[in-house]
Design a protein around this ligand. Structure first.
Ligand SMILES: Cc1cc2nc3c(=O)[nH]c(=O)nc-3n(C[C@H](O)[C@H](O)[C@H](O)COP(=O)(O)OP(=O)(O)OC[C@H]3O[C@@H](n4cnc5c(N)ncnc54)[C@H](O)[C@@H]3O)c2cc1C
Ligand SMILES: *[C@@H]1O[C@H](CO)[C@@H](O)[C@H](O)[C@H]1NC(C)=O
Ligand SMILES: *[C@@H]1O[C@H](CO)[C@@H](O)[C@H](O)[C@H]1NC(C)=O
Ligand SMILES: *[C@@H]1O[C@H](CO)[C@@H](O)[C@H](O)[C@H]1NC(C)=O
Ligand SMILES: *[C@@H]1O[C@H](CO)[C@@H](O)[C@H](O)[C@H]1NC(C)=O
Ligand SMILES: *[C@@H]1O[C@H](CO)[C@@H](O)[C@H](O)[C@H]1NC(C)=O
Ligand SMILES: *[C@@H]1O[C@H](CO)[C@@H](O)[C@H](O)[C@H]1NC(C)=O
Length: 591
């Protein structure tokens, strides 16, 4: 494909980025009230909210470069190509061989630039089910994580201005930091058929005006973190020039934190004798530096980066640390455990129509015209991610044989087991096609993030645990029936629109289908849980419900890794609300 090559042209240089520092030598200080490790979805949110108080100083240390001028991070349509390749904006992680997924080793994408994965992701904005948050409240013993208590943070984190009739304004904010919108370019033939199907097969596929109301079940218009034809990320939304220019906020790029340092047993704040870390060690270029935090260190390095730093610092399972020759500072066996992710598989059907996005992938002239249009007016087909126009959120049939293998892992009857993404393209397949991608979004499987060596810069072992539990494979295989059922509606067939599936699962035995799913699914990059919340005093878990690392003073984790179980939705919306509430919890501590 040619899109990736075009997509790395840079429009701006790093010059004139104000208080976004490229070089540690230019930083005015290495001593702040708070040091935030990682400028991703969680970290930038926290940095913004803490520096609303001009008396509080914050340093953000981000391993990657700036997002400014990176077209892959700016043009929504390019997110897919951006995602598929290792490059300077990606951590280049690979998974351990996934025994449940035919032994495959996957690239495990994570953003390595300001904005983190929010500068790198597919931009779908989905909150999950109310029951996901109510379950978090139950698992942590803190009602503050329940849907009703968290709801105001959704409004604070995002704003939605869009076409009436495609979402419900009552459940959205108008002044939040991140822009959210419905597809800005219309693939109307495809869109009408999706909506028509909800009328023809309403029992299986009811229309849902707004999947972000807490009750996602049904089919509706997909919302994206896109505004004015451009990606809205934590870098563009929470670190706007006005925020970056605050005298109490500094952001240092190209700064990779290796570990926490200056461990003491008599640290303050916290009860006397509670251990604390005074600062962090980081690398820029080939040199090592240290930064101090007098109030708190906030780890926001993401679900892979955060446990990596904790383990490098001797915070983790004593036996595992010992085996690597790392001295244990705090024995916290859950660090890096309980990872959960969403396995996705995609199916493609040829269609007798040229009203699909395929020519953008197949014909350089078409793509270049679209790029010129985007560049000139922020309009045209590149204003959408991927593009997927709708999503569906559905449940496994109550009499599914999968329930004989494991009890229902979903948090309640209003929460889905599956997501379907409806895409008017074959994503590079020849001819004109449409694709339906499906994910198993309430997985039983758990994986882990662990260290491969005591070198803090060595790649970690990333095991998203895909289909580690058979339930997930059985459920997803059964769920693919729904894709064929959806496309059996007259809407797709009355005029010969729908052609053949590239792979016809309907002719397979159930066992063959399970094999197909295991060998054709990949990770969703929605990994959470490696620094999971648990109740105060619990014998497992990594952070308390107020996001403080158990048994350590002055250290919190504020990113996706604290979610104990992956929600039934793409994970950025949940990460933003964790960070919004996390910032409030810090403010309450220091008020
Ligand atoms: C390819 C892809 C597609 C996705 N698609 C979607 C989607 O469509 N919708 C959705 O809602 N979610 C999506 N997600 C998931 C979503 O982006 C993440 O859940 C969310 O960004 C997590 O936020 P975070 O703050 O935990 O981590 P991140 O946003 O990844 O931020 C972590 C930051 O920390 C930095 N960092 C890591 N280690 C260190 C270190 N040692 N020192 C300094 N800095 C460090 C990283 O470079 C990064 O900037 C996708 C993710 C990926 C990777
Ligand atoms: C990922 O790999 C690319 C290509 O080899 C390289 O340019 C980039 O620096 C790597 N990224 C990281 C974070 O190491
Ligand atoms: C570590 O502690 C020493 C004194 O014990 C102090 O001089 C130094 O600044 C500290 N470094 C950091 C990064 O906190
Ligand atoms: C994983 O989380 C569950 C709760 O969801 C808990 O019971 C279990 O102890 C955790 N396991 C580890 C290794 O932390
Ligand atoms: C698309 O199809 C229509 C009618 O089927 C045809 O008139 C038109 O020329 C086609 N356009 C392209 C670019 O192939
Ligand atoms: C590519 O698109 C251009 C512009 O629509 C068209 O003229 C050309 O024939 C197409 N090329 C191919 C190989 O289809
Ligand atoms: C966008 O337009 C500007 C001039 O208007 C041009 O310099 C630049 O190269 C264009 N960028 C792309 C990616 O087409």
């Amino acid at each position: 494909m040619f899109a990736p090559a075009l997509a790395t042209i840079s429009l701006f240089s790093g010059v004139g980025l104000c208080k976004l520092y490229e070089n540690v030598a230019d930083l005015p200080s290495l001593h702040y009230d708070f040091v935030v490790v990682g400028g991703g979805a969680g970290g930038n949110t926290v940095a913004n909210r803490l520096t609303e108080d001009p008396k509080i100083s914050v340093l953000v240390l981000e391993a990657g470069p700036s997002n400014a001028g990176v077209l892959d991070a700016q043009i929504p349509f390019l997110s897919n190509d951006f995602g598929n390749a290792a490059g300077p904006y990606s951590w280049n992680y690979t998974t351990t061989p996934q025994a449940g997924a035919a032994g495959h080793v996957f690239n495990y994408l994570q953003g390595h630039l300001l904005g983190g994965s929010s500068s790198h992701n597919g931009m779908a904005y989905t909150r999950g089910a109310a029951a996901d948050f109510d379950r978090y409240a139950k698992l942590t013993g803190d009602d503050g994580w329940s849907w009703n208590k968290i709801f105001p943070y959704f409004l604070k984190a995002s704003e939605n201005h869009d076409t009436a009739g495609q979402f419900n304004p009552a459940v959205h904010g108008t002044k939040g930091a991140i822009s959210v919108s419905i597809s800005g370019y219309s693939w109307s033939d495809f869109e009408q058929r999706v909506i028509q199907t909800t009328k023809e097969l309403p029992d299986d596929f009811p229309f849902n005006l707004d999947m972000n109301s807490g009750k996602p079940l049904g089919i509706g218009w997909l919302q994206y973190t896109i505004g004015n034809g451009e990606r809205s990320s934590s870098a563009t939304g929470y670190l706007k020039p006005k925020v970056i220019q605050r005298p109490n906020l500094d952001v240092l790029l190209h700064a990779q934190v290796s570990k926490l340092i200056n461990f003491t047993r008599t640290g303050s704040p916290g009860p006397p004798g509670t251990p604390t870390f005074g600062g962090v060690e980081f690398r820029q270029g080939t040199s090592m530096f240290a930064a101090r935090a007098s109030k708190e260190i906030i780890l926001s390095a993401g679900t892979i980066g955060t446990p990596r730093i904790l383990l490098n610092s001797g915070v983790g399972d004593r036996n595992a640390l010992q085996a690597l020759g790392i001295q244990t500072m705090v024995d916290l066996p859950s660090v890096g455990k309980n990872a959960s992710d969403h396995p996705y598989t995609g199916l493609t059907w040829t269609v007798n129509s040229n009203q699909t996005a395929d020519s953008l992938y197949q014909n350089a002239t078409v793509f270049n015209e679209a790029l010129a249009q985007w560049n000139k007016s922020r309009t045209g087909p590149l204003v959408d991610s991927d593009p997927g126009t709708h999503a569906g959120w559905l449940r496994l049939s109550p009499d599914s044989p999968a329930f004989a293998v494991h009890a229902d892992p979903s948090p309640g009857p209003d929460a889905p087991h599956f997501e379907i993404l409806f895409q008017p393209s074959g994503l590079g397949a020849p001819g004109n096609s449409i694709s339906l991608a499906m994910a198993m979004i309430s997985p039983v499987s758990r994986g882990s993030v662990s260290l491969s060596s005591n070198d803090p810069f060595a790649p970690p072992l990333v095991d998203p645990g895909l289909f580690a539990n058979e339930f997930d494979a059985l459920a997803l295989a059964e769920g693919t029936d729904l894709l064929f059922k959806f496309l059996s509606a007259p809407a797709w067939n009355h005029d010969g629109y729908l052609g053949a599936p590239v792979v016809d699962l309907t002719t397979m035995t159930p066992a063959e289908r399970v094999d197909f799913v295991r060998s054709h699914a990949g990770p969703g990059y929605h990994i959470v849980g490696t620094a999971g919340m648990s109740p105060n005093g619990a014998q497992y878990g990594v952070v308390d419900p107020d996001l403080r690392v158990k048994g350590i003073a002055g250290l919190r984790v504020i990113d996706a890794s604290v979610l104990p179980i992956v929600p039934a939705g793409h994970t950025q919306a949940a990460t933003y609300v964790v960070a919004e509430r996390g910032a409030d919890l810090i403010k309450q501590t220091w008020e």
